[in-house]
Ligand binder design. Structure first.
Ligand SMILES: Nc1ncnc2c1ncn2[C@@H]1O[C@H](COP(=O)(O)OP(=O)(O)OP(=O)(O)O)[C@@H](O)[C@H]1O
Ligand SMILES: [Mg+2]
Length: 301
């Protein structure tokens, strides 16, 4: 039995009476377009709507989210996977009851797990599925393999773009890369574009129309529009204060836009049935995708 099959079996066994978190991956083609700010502030606004949200920071380079939330996690996902830390040790608490998990190198190292580690990981992810209504995954910049894996394994993706031309071409490049993978079609990943730093409703909508037109024409990919967050000088000011804008300036234009988007996410169309896989389902998919190609793993644990 290979590792992926083991993992699927464990999940099947535990699959009876369980609650699954809704997993939303926040990504972009170009870096610096506002993913981390959007993840943090959406999480806080969803928290205000009574949802229990956990942010999983999958940006391995910079600890953006930690700084923004003013927290310093002691342990990360890799500590949980390899060094026996429990979920409660790895999860930190931020404003509005938003939970935070630092990814560390954990997501990159899914292939290196032995059977006990796999079981451990699945157990903890079930725990996370139980405690969280929504898991928001903040990804790093650029088209890395881990980002692609995460997006391909997610039921819901928020693609952040800004009106700069490079942001649009990079968003297109990311979608083009995704299209090369069968899983993209198999998993029916729902992609919603969010226009950040737009000057208003029209600019946001126009940005979507531009990208959507080329994406439909050349990639035949269906994308939806989630909405826009305006350019707001309060946002960088909050970043300087190491606070999320939603708590530092709750009435600022970007905070209000983020509250609207949180409501849209809550009340909008739910992903197709079967797409609701929870964080455990996401990891199973990632794990499957990472099976060494052309080599049969015969891990007897
Ligand atoms: N709506 C906005 N209005 C004004 N400034 C913004 C807005 N959104 C983001 N910014 C600015 O862009 C900077 C980068 O944002 P952020 O760190 O969230 O981007 P990112 O996509 O996560 O970057 P990276 O790709 O490096 O992870 C912020 O520090 C802020 O100064
Ligand atoms: Mg970031």
């Amino acid at each position: 039995m290979d590792q992926a099959e083991q993992l699927r079996n464990i999940i099947k066994q535990q699959n009876k009476k369980k609650h699954l978190a809704r997993v939303i991956t926040v990504t972009s083609g170009k870096g610096g377009v506002g993913k981390s700010n959007i993840s943090v502030n959406l999480a806080i606004q969803l928290g205000k709507l009574g949802k229990k949200v956990v942010i999983l920071d999958a940006d391995f380079g910079l600890a953006n989210v930690e700084i923004m939330l003013g927290i310093r996690p002691k342990y990360n996902l890799a500590d949980m996977m390899f060094r026996g830390r429990s979920l409660s040790e790895v999860i930190c608490s931020g404003p509005k009851n938003v939970g935070f998990i630092s990814g560390g190198s954990g997501l990159r190292e899914l292939t290196n797990l032995n059977r006990d580690q796999v079981q451990n990981l699945v157990r903890m992810m079930y725990e996370l599925d139980n405690i969280a209504d929504i898991v928001l995954i903040d990804t790093g910049a650029g088209i890395s393999n881990t980002v692609i894996d995460l997006v391909l394994s997610s039921a819901e993706v928020i693609l952040v773009a800004t009106p700069e031309p490079t942001s649009i071409t990079d968003a297109y490049a990311l979608l083009k890369t995704l299209c090369r993978h069968e899983e993209f079609y198999q998993n029916k990943t729902q992609i919603r574009m969010l226009a950040n730093r737009a000057r208003g409703y029209d600019e946001g909508k126009e940005l979507f129309s531009k990208l959507d037109a080329v994406v439909e024409k050349f990639l035949h990919v269906h994308m939806e529009y989630l909405g826009y967050v305006p350019y707001d000088e309060k946002l960088p000011r909050a970043v300087m204060m190491q606070q999320p804008v939603a708590t530092a300036y709750p009435n600022s234009p970007s905070s209000r836009a983020m509250l609207n988007l949180a409501m849209m996410l809550e009340n909008g169309e739910a992903p197709e049935e079967g797409a609701y896989r929870g964080i455990s389902g996401l990891l199973t998919k990632m794990f499957r995708g990472k099976k060494p190609r052309g080599k049969k793993t015969d891990d007897k644990g």
